[in-house]
Design a protein around this ligand. Structure first.
Ligand SMILES: N/C(=N\CCC[C@H](N)C(=O)O)N[C@@H](CC(=O)O)C(=O)O
Length: 843
């Protein structure tokens, strides 16, 4: 090790690639202090791109052979067509991830060196090469190549051009599947911080605007009709409250996503001795993700993030709508400065508040929809479909940042027209409610009234519970029905029930109480499904199934490991619901608010009455969480339907959870799980409808909230149904061990284990990949397994193979080799089962 370190410091070390040498061949490369330990080396001062032959070549596409051998060479004979290349490339947009990709590679290389999987010299060259690549990208000198598909392969291929052999070791114990989701998490984490900061700026701008207009009274609107006078400050602060909840959502989302997928490799983990805690630490994650299949499959963190963005967009769309309205001649409440207005090419008098019209919330909602549709019904694990997550995500983030920036700028650049507002204030009888309250004070509810009212309400509840209550459609809604009936029963005291209460705060209190209960019901059912999955896993201990990526056989995995991936996902779903409930558990009802709030077991009273009746964020958050649950269940549904097919034949549902065909006597269909997949679209549909409903609504109560109820209740009932039937299905299926085992040898599931074997023998991973790819090609031509190749066959490809290779071949051997944290290795999976058994208190 020390000799290796010393040789690193030798200026004429021939193992150093040319780009590491200074312009003058005699000048020593000045190596940073850190090169002698395992910390990241800083940028090498002397690196120049123009002097480096390799770098120059890499920045000039014409110097490349058109058809560079792809990184997966080995078993492939032909290169892809131009149309396929154009259609499948992602570098044109995922190059945005380059900093995060490089960050991940630095951490990975450092860990590999620490674990002895690459040398310190390899690491040093990799890190220096990555520094140079980053510098070139920053400077716009890097040539992105579509034939290298994506950001990951562009960087790796370029690094290989620059430093040769060491770069071929960088992909040791890594796949693009864990790489891309690591990059994405790092990117999202930063994006959340940026959005958080901009939300704060807007809050500050709104508070400053409020301070500047102290004492200004404006008409408060409900149904967009004049209602009661309010202080402008109060109105503006309701937005500040909503934005504060948005910040809470962002923070929860970041905390939940801040777990490290790196080291999960393609889907199953690895048998190489990696240290996932080390990479996780380096990258500032809370911990490595517990389940490698979950880690590479799920994009719930993206869904959650852009759901939060959509809620922010809805809030800002209200602000936009209001300020556009208020800027009109009819309202005339505000005048924007020229600096935030545009004119008309034809009407000379026009001055338009374009920035606030252009709040672009529809784009943000559109991105969320794209992603929900994308993820629905995807089987585990990685699918190429997931590449399509990036553009909507990037667009959502960019748009939200822009909307926030421009809203802040607008808030700093308009004037409230005090004189005009004061002049029009008397119209609309804004004082009528206060007059009502004056009269009420002359006859407030007494203890005697209360003693009649409470038993009256109890009686009504009983009759509703037993179905004896007659609901009258001519009495509009639930509240009016109950109040009318109470008046019938007890007379005058019933009329006092609405003292200091309106249907607006009442409906929102009801809704919050209802949602709170609904969340508890869904949570309980999520827990039941987790238990059912863990029990199913325990029942099938030791069963190996093929793990899939791109829905093609990839690596062997323990069924237990696969099922636990869903348990992890459901756990995050529970986390989302808990956060949502905590955030919504504030009491909308006014006067003696702390008493009412306590009685109803709310955390506290809401701070701003305008926010109370305007806030739709909690509903949106709830049904967004439902939609993510629906996505998870749709994936389970799709998988179990597939697995029940004759072609897969992995499982057989019992008759009690199957249906038949009216015409084909042999048929037995897994309808419940098809419908789980199908009904997820209803849940997504409700979310879309509510988002569309809420877009651009001015603050305070609007009738739209009435529309929300049916959709919300459909979303909740559908999710509950989906969860119940999934648990029932899980309890009523049998895995066909014999059939699965028989079909297991197909698909060369042990190929990656063989590549790792070669890595252990000192072969760089890329070379190992190629050697094993060629071995697979022989198997394909002979229609045999890797384990059937003789040692001579293997040695004809590469002499490094030894007799011990057979300990790595075959599915059983292969599965036994997995040992990394989060992998499908038996020991690790057993620990995971113990963890869940204890967490879920399964006896
Ligand atoms: N092609 C693939 N992953 C590509 C991930 C990156 C892609 N550009 C994206 O953005 O999703 N998966 C291979 C593994 C790999 O290429 O590492 C597989 O599972 O067979």
């Amino acid at each position: 090790m020390m000799t290796e370190m010393r040789s690193l410091l030798h200026p004429n070390d021939s193992s150093l690639p040319s780009f590491l040498l200074t312009r003058s061949s005699s000048a020593a490369v000045r190596l940073p202090q850190s090169a002698t330990n395992l910390r990241f080396p800083s940028q090498i001062q002397s690196m120049t791109s123009s002097s480096s032959a390799a770098a120059a070549a890499s920045s000039d596409r014409s110097l490349k052979p058109k058809e560079e051998k792809p990184l997966w060479g080995g078993r492939f004979e032909e290169s892809i067509t131009d149309a396929v290349e154009r259609f499948t490339e992602s570098v044109s947009f995922d190059k945005q991830l380059y900093k995060h990709d490089i960050m991940g590679s630095r951490a990975h290389a450092t860990m590999l060196a620490h674990q002895g999987l690459i040398t310190a010299n390899d690491r040093y060259q990799i890190l220096s090469g990555l520094d140079e690549i980053e510098r070139r990208i920053d400077a716009g000198e890097f040539i992105w190549r579509k034939d290298r598909e994506d950001v990951h392969m562009n960087i790796e291929a370029e690094l290989t051009n620059m430093i040769g052999e060491p770069a071929k070791k960088l992909h040791t114990a890594r796949s693009r599947n864990d790489q891309v989701t690591t990059d994405l998490r790092l990117w999202c984490r930063e994006a959340i911080d940026k959005i958080h900061a901009r939300v704060r700026h807007l809050q500050v701008a709104l508070v400053k605007l409020a301070l500047k207009n102290e004492g200004l009274i404006v008409p408060g609107y409900t149904h967009l009709q004049r209602a009661q006078p309010v202080l402008l400050q109060h109105h503006l602060l309701s937005y500040v409250e909503q934005l504060d909840q948005d910040i809470g959502r962002l923070i929860n989302c970041k905390d939940r996503m801040n777990f490290c997928p790196l080291g999960s490799c393609a889907l199953a983990g690895t048998g190489l001795p990696i240290d996932r805690f080390m990479t996780s630490n380096y990258l500032g994650f809370t911990a490595p993700m517990r389940n490698s299949i979950d880690a590479v499959s799920d994009r719930d963190f993206v869904l959650e993030f852009i759901s939060v963005n959509s809620i922010i967009a809805i809030h800002l769309s209200s602000l936009g709508e209001e300020w556009v309205l208020w800027g009109s001649k009819e309202f005339g409440f505000l005048t924007p400065n020229d600096s935030v207005s545009t004119g008309s090419s034809v009407m000379p008098q026009k001055k338009n508040p374009d920035p606030m019209e252009l709040e672009k919330s529809s784009r943000v909602i559109g991105s969320l929809m794209t992603l929900l549709v994308l993820c629905k019904g995807l089987p585990l694990a990685y699918n190429r479909d997931l590449q399509e997550d990036k553009e909507p995500l990037f667009d959502s983030v960019k748009t939200i940042l822009d909307i926030l920036e421009v809203s802040t700028e607008f808030a700093q650049n308009f004037t409230f027209n005090h004189a005009k507002i004061e002049k029009v204030l008397p119209s609309g009888h804004l004082d009528a409610t206060i007059l009502g309250d004056y009269l009420v004070k002359k006859g407030l509810m007494t203890a005697i009234d209360r003693d009649q009212t409470l038993p009256g309400l109890d009686g009504i509840e009983r009759r509703i519970d037993t179905g004896e209550f007659i609901w009258r459609k001519d009495t509009e809604d639930v509240r009016v029905n109950i109040e009318a009936e109470l008046t019938n029963m007890i007379g005058r005291p019933a009329n006092k029930l609405d003292t200091a209460r309106s249907r607006n705060d009442q409906v929102l209190t009801d809704l919050r109480l209802w949602c709170r209960e609904a969340i508890d019901k869904i949570r309980a059912r999520l827990g039941h499904l987790q238990v059912a999955l863990v029990k199913l896993a325990i029942k099938n201990e030791g069963l190996i199934v093929p793990g899939y990526t791109h829905l093609q056989r990839a690596q062997p995995v323990l069924l237990q490991h696969h099922l636990l991936a869903y348990v992890e996902q459901l756990d995050r779903d529970i986390g989302r619901l808990i956060n949502c409930k905590d955030r919504m558990n504030f009491c909308p009802l006014p006067i003696e608010m702390f008493m009412t709030s306590n009685d109803l077991e709310f955390t506290a009273s809401m701070r701003n009455s305008f926010d109370v009746v305007s806030n739709r964020g909690f509903v949106l958050e709830f049904i967004s969480a439902n939609s993510i649950i629906a996505i998870h269940l749709s994936r389970l549904g799709e998988e179990w339907v597939l697995w029940a097919s004759e072609e897969f034949g992995f499982l057989t549902p019992s008759d009690s959870v199957s249906t038949g065909s009216s015409i084909m006597p042999q048929k037995k269909n897994p309808d419940p799980m098809e419908l789980v997949r199908g009904k997820s679209s209803r849940v997504i549909g409700s979310l879309i409808t509510i988002l569309v409903l809420c877009k651009g609504l001015p603050q305070a109560y609007n009738c739209v909230l009435q529309e929300v109820k049916e959709l919300l209740s459909d979303s909740v009932n559908t999710i509950i149904g989906m969860l119940e039937v999934s648990s029932e299905f899980a309890q009523n299926i049998t895995f066909n061990h014999a059939k699965i085992e028989k079909a297991l040898p197909a698909g060369h599931l042990d190929a990656t284990t063989l590549a790792d074997y070669l890595v252990k023998k000192g072969v760089p991973f890329r070379t190992s990949h190629d050697i094993v790819g060629r071995s697979v090609a022989i198997c394909i031509s002979r229609n045999c397994q890797l384990s059937s190749l003789s040692l001579d066959d293997l040695r004809s490809i590469n002499p490094v193979f030894e007799e011990d290779v057979y300990e790595y071949l075959g599915v059983k051997n292969s599965i036994n080799k997995f040992s990394s944290y989060g992998s499908t290795g038996s020991d690790y999976v057993a620990k995971q089962i113990d963890f869940w058994v204890s967490k879920l208190q399964i006896d």
